[in-house]
Write a protein of this length. Structure first.
Length: 398
């Protein structure tokens, strides 16, 4: 970090050349040159000691003072002595020796020095000075978040990230993770979920999706009947990873729901991923797979008859369930059509579940716009709307 800072300072503000017009006297020029040489060798603390010798010389000229403060500013920033750097900055400013660009860059550099010295209040103060001077760099944005975060001011850190999102949209994954942890520290489950949603939207990694699905499923009022839907989403977003448990759980839930086609498809994926059929549970996996395969074959053979019978019923529940069966067998377009008919018929015990499943079917069929429309229509507070929102993120609606 210090090496990069030094390179940046050399790039934007090279070590000043000592004046040759007589405005620098020999008694000040010699220690200034020595300090300059120490800075070039990155002996910043030694340079600051040498510059104190210059400071002790009486009746310095404005040029000597300017060179003194320039060298001291560069050395102090590089030595993480923020207070010394700040004093040098103010000295240069009083001399009128700082251009606007220099004010900005040095303010940011001083903020960084204070941060590395763990003076977080001063970090924020100088970062805000750089911000007021027109600063927009990622380094500056990070300082405005990480300084209050390290100081334990989680509300301020969260506010800083939120303001950055409001001003410029997408922020880095690191800042979103800070936002999520701030919510955890403040025990704000709603804010935590919102941070995870942003992470899943912009940085959709399996581990992020895993935590997001877990957080949603743990919310008060989340219905047990939606466990299969949560597992279904987990499979799609890749959160099962190399763990056999989620594949088995999904398959068992699907079998319990009368969806052997979906159970078989999940187990087939687990075998294809190399996480099923091995280890101490291999025999159990095989028994479950054989059971699912046999039940799926029988279910598929009678699916057309089941659809016809469902169409003749007063309620659309059976049609929606038949649509889910088609979806489990990979027939997404057919599933969506059957679910549409079931929802139109009405009489559903859980109409929001039906709309959620319809949105999933549309997405699987490649009908993104219809998927988003169906998912946005899911309401309620029992978890269906939460899952629909996650599916909307997955389909790109949010």
């Amino acid at each position: 970090m210090r090496h990069l800072l030094w390179l940046a300072l050399c790039l934007h503000f090279s070590v000043p050349a000592l004046a040759q017009d007589g405005s620098v006297r020999p008694e000040t020029g010699k220690p200034l040159q020595a300090a300059q040489h120490m800075i070039k060798e990155r002996k910043f603390s030694d340079a600051l000691v040498k510059l104190r010798e210059v400071e002790a010389i009486p009746n310095r000229t404005p040029t000597e003072n300017g060179l003194l403060e320039q060298l001291r500013l560069i050395a102090a920033v590089s030595a993480d002595q923020g207070a010394v750097a700040a004093k040098a900055f103010d000295g240069l400013a009083a001399l009128g020796a700082l251009a606007p660009a220099q004010r900005l860059q040095f303010s940011e550099a001083i903020a960084g020095a204070f941060f590395r010295a763990k003076d977080y209040a001063a970090t924020v103060a100088w970062a805000n000075r750089a911000l007021a001077a027109g600063g927009t760099s990622e380094t500056l944005r990070n300082l405005l978040v990480h300084a209050p975060y390290q100081a334990g001011d989680y509300a301020a850190a969260a506010k800083a990230v939120t303001e950055q999102m409001g001003a410029g949209g997408q922020v880095s994954e690191a800042l979103l993770r800070v936002l999520a942890d701030c919510a955890v520290q403040m025990k704000d489950t709603k804010a935590y979920g919102a941070a995870l949603e942003k992470l899943a939207t912009w940085y959709p990694k399996p581990e992020i999706w895993t935590e997001l699905i877990r957080a949603v499923s743990a919310r008060p009022g989340f219905s047990d009947r939606l466990a299969l839907d949560a597992a279904r989403l987990g499979l799609v977003v890749g959160s099962f990873a190399n763990n056999s448990g989620p594949y088995v759980e999904l398959a068992e839930l699907a079998l319990q729901a009368g969806l052997p086609g979906e159970a078989k498809a999940a187990l087939d994926k687990g075998y294809a991923a190399g996480v099923l059929g091995t280890g101490q549970e291999a025999e159990r996996h095989k028994r479950l797979s054989d059971l699912a395969a046999k039940a799926a074959a029988a279910d598929l053979a009678g699916l057309a008859v089941a659809e016809a019978e469902a169409a003749g019923k007063d309620s659309g529940t059976a049609l929606v369930n038949t649509g889910l069966a088609y979806l489990g067998f990979g027939q997404a377009a057919k599933a969506a059509a059957v679910m549409e008919a079931g929802i139109a018929k009405g009489g559903l015990k859980n109409p929001d579940d039906a709309r959620l499943h319809l949105g999933i079917a549309y997405w699987a069929a490649g009908q993104k716009a219809k998927a988003q429309e169906a998912l946005k229509a899911v309401k309620g507070s029992d978890g269906a709307a939460d899952l629909a929102r996650l599916w909307a993120i997955k389909t790109g609606a949010l």
